[in-house]
Design a protein around this ligand. Structure first.
Ligand SMILES: [Zn+2]
Length: 320
């Protein structure tokens, strides 16, 4: 899915959210005018005092019921719109799940789900990745907690990252661009669903080439990490390309942008995560575009010594 399409879909889900909100409000207004109708009904009818009183009581009850419907509609509509917005925001960089969600959100089922999601987003990062979060290892052998949701910040063009690496990334992009290097983000935080769809698409492509199920899955995992094993899901990785050459292959390393990034990324706390000579250790092919935030201290050591994150963490574990 290309970026334009992704942005378009995200935009669509917002629009759907607003439409839903509007129709709820319209429903509520109808509730209000219904109550108004009841009041009118009360004034023109009635000949005898008793009947008029009875009608007033009835109208009062209708007015009360109308107000309740109005209030319920208003609150439910508000919650629904909030949930859809939150969901859409969480998926701007991550793919089309917001659309599926917004379309599938019926009045009753949708409400419960959006509220549940809101709660998860608020508490998602508590108690995890607090200490040493920047050195969290995620690879084929170390899967992540499926419930983990980082606190995100948008950097540009809808791309989001863990809020704690937002500043270093901005600085690196600014400095590169100030020196004339046209660096472009082409992937950042991914939801579980997004990672799953990317991985399954890769598996399917290998299946079509005639590979068996097991081989297709293993081969795919070397280029697109299986869900739960990608640093993009942590929000601590970005894929950066040259504006002039946006293809993700080995030629990316020849661009002036990658040359600059590879020479300076550690100054901002980033490492080139999958170097050409470490595919055995990382389990991932050479990716001269995938940068991972680990903090300045670790980044300098890893880049200057030409080791990978797996080796760095292994050494630290032995020292302790
Ligand atoms: Zn990547």
């Amino acid at each position: 899915m290309d970026r334009t399409e992704r942005r378009g879909q995200a935009g669509r889900s917002w629009a759907e959210g607003s439409q839903a909100g509007r129709s709820w409000a319209e429903g509520s207004q109808a509730g209000g005018s219904w109550a108004g109708g009841s009041q009118a009904g009360g004034s023109w009818a009635g000949r005898s005092q008793g009947r008029r009183k009875a009608r007033r009581r009835k109208a009062g009850r209708r007015l009360c019921l109308g107000s309740c419907v109005f209030l319920l509609g208003f609150v439910a509509g508000g919650l629904f719109v909030l949930g859809v917005l939150q969901r859409a925001l969480g998926n701007v960089g991550g793919g089309g799940t917001a659309v599926v969600y917004a379309q599938g959100a019926g009045i009753s089922a949708g409400m419960g789900e959006t509220m549940e999601n809101g709660a998860q987003a608020a508490t998602g990062s508590e108690g995890r990745l607090e200490e040493g979060w920047n050195l969290e290892l995620v690879n084929a052998a170390h899967g992540m907690d499926p419930d983990y949701v980082p606190v995100l910040a948008e950097v540009e063009r809808g791309y989001q990252v863990d809020i704690r690496m937002e500043e270093p990334l901005r600085e690196m992009l600014q400095d590169a661009r100030a020196q004339g290097f046209a660096v472009r983000i082409c992937s950042a935080y991914r939801t579980w669903e997004k990672q799953e769809s990317l991985y399954e698409a890769k598996v399917e492509a290998y299946r079509e080439e005639g590979m068996g199920e097991k081989e297709a899955r293993e081969t795919a995992a070397r280029t697109v990490a299986a869900p739960g094993t990608s640093e993009h899901q942590l929000g601590l990785a970005v894929d950066l390309v040259s504006e002039a050459y946006q293809i993700l292959d080995e030629k990316q390393e020849e661009t002036p942008e990658q040359q600059w990034l590879m020479a300076h990324c550690q100054e901002y706390g980033f490492i080139l995560r999958y170097p050409s000579d470490k595919t055995e250790e990382t389990g991932i092919i050479y990716e001269p575009w995938h940068y991972r935030y680990v903090g300045q201290e670790a980044a300098r050591e890893i880049m200057e010594r030409g080791i990978c994150l797996e080796e760095y963490l292994e050494e630290r574990a032995q020292e302790e």
